[in-house]
Ligand binder design. Structure first.
Ligand SMILES: [Zn+2]
Length: 383
């Protein structure tokens, strides 16, 4: 006798909530980086580099993830880059391709090791020094020329004479001049970008307490209570500055021309008392996706999301029952968001604490979201 068990199969038309299919690593341009020996003895550089790549990976995974599963981070991206995940699908895909392009490139960049000539991005931690020619031991790469310019003999570049690290507002800078003085590249990658990191970004200013000026991401930094702290607390992080500079380096002017993809610096605070986050939010729509600090802050929010911190949620909690309470909450939350205040949410990957409907729960289990969650857990476990 045969017993037939009836298996009921529910075929569910899964609602597609993935805004963008992640690019296969093979389809991402593989750029190379060269880190100069001058960075070897800079305390904080290894931590800065590690967290630059960690934060880029976290930003990518969260931006690509299921809209329902990562609503907190998506709402932050919407504000920084001025779009809505609910906009036309093609349009959203286009915006995400633009903003995630250079971030993806960071995640697959390869070490050029000693092959500096071919490297796409070169990083120097030499405080951008100009050689003192009276000192025979001074091997600084920038040398003054009689024509009022300085020549970088290591990278074969010419710049207007300007010792940028002496400018107190600059932590690091990018040289996008790729013109050699004799017109030949002498075997150098013609698209090289050179990042100069200033000593200043590795030091806590004299008048500031080190506990208020984080340079490295340490276990102590990750464990702190950031309730109500604005995100710009993390502004001094070396990884924030490196990612900012990498944005310029990976989206350079083409042949000196601004082709619309070049990531530049648009208005930023002139006064140290002003909030850089406010400037990130207030960029013109036409410039928010080509402003380096918008990317740097998007990476910082991805970093803290891994520690369960997010921006204050705009959705009123269940404790607000009347319309008046809800409106008051939204008004309060808007102010906190503009100030970039952090709040800890146990379920930082989900915006609603209410139990999800069964179809939403199922969506959470899509292959892509599982893969992304595994990836994020993997990052967490390696911290
Ligand atoms: Zn910049």
């Amino acid at each position: 006798m045969r017993y037939l068990s009836v298996i009921t199969i529910f075929l569910v038309c899964a609602v597609q909530t993935i805004a963008r299919t992640p690019k296969h690593p093979d389809d991402i341009p593989k750029k190379t980086y060269y880190i100069d020996d001058s960075c070897d003895n800079k305390k904080g550089f290894p931590n800065g580099w590690l967290w630059t790549t960690k934060n880029a990976k976290a930003m990518l995974a969260r931006a690509n993830s299921d809209t329902k599963a990562d609503a907190d981070y998506h709402s932050i991206l919407e504000r920084i880059f001025q779009f809505k995940f609910t906009d036309d699908k093609k349009e959203v895909e286009g915006v995400l391709n633009t903003i995630l392009g250079p971030i993806e490139e960071i995640t697959v960049m390869k070490d050029a090791k000693d092959d500096m000539k071919t490297a796409d991005v070169r990083i120097f931690c030499d405080n951008d020094k100009i050689r003192n020619e009276d000192d025979p031991n001074d091997k600084a790469r920038w040398v003054r020329d009689d024509d009022g310019v300085v020549i970088d003999h290591t990278n074969l570049m010419v710049a207007d004479e300007d010792d940028l690290c002496s400018n107190p507002e600059i932590g690091g800078w990018n040289t996008d001049t790729r013109i050699t003085w004799d017109g030949s590249n002498q075997g150098h990658n013609p698209n090289r970008a050179v990042i100069s990191l200033c000593d200043r970004m590795f030091e806590v200013p004299e008048d500031v307490s080190p506990s208020r000026w984080p340079l490295e991401v340490t276990p102590e930094i990750r464990a702190r209570d950031y309730t109500g702290t604005p995100i710009e607390f993390f502004h001094p992080l070396i990884c924030r500055i490196i990612l900012h500079e990498l944005m310029h380096a990976l989206r350079q002017k083409q042949n000196g021309e601004h082709d619309g993809t070049f990531i530049d610096d648009f208005p930023k605070p002139k006064d140290p008392e002003e909030s850089p986050w406010k400037y990130v939010l207030e960029q013109k729509k036409s410039e928010c996706r080509i402003n380096a600090d918008n990317y740097a802050y998007a990476s910082l929010w991805a970093m803290v999301a891994g520690w369960k911190w997010s921006i204050v949620r705009l959705t009123p909690p269940d404790t607000c029952s009347t319309d008046g309470q809800k409106q008051d909450y939204i008004k309060w939350a808007e102010t906190k968001i503009k100030e970039g205040r952090m709040k800890k949410y146990q379920d930082v990957t989900r915006r609603n604490s209410a139990p999800m409907k069964s179809d939403e729960r199922r969506m959470e289990q899509t292959e892509a979201s599982k893969r992304i969650m595994d990836f994020l857990l993997d990052i967490e476990s390696k911290k």
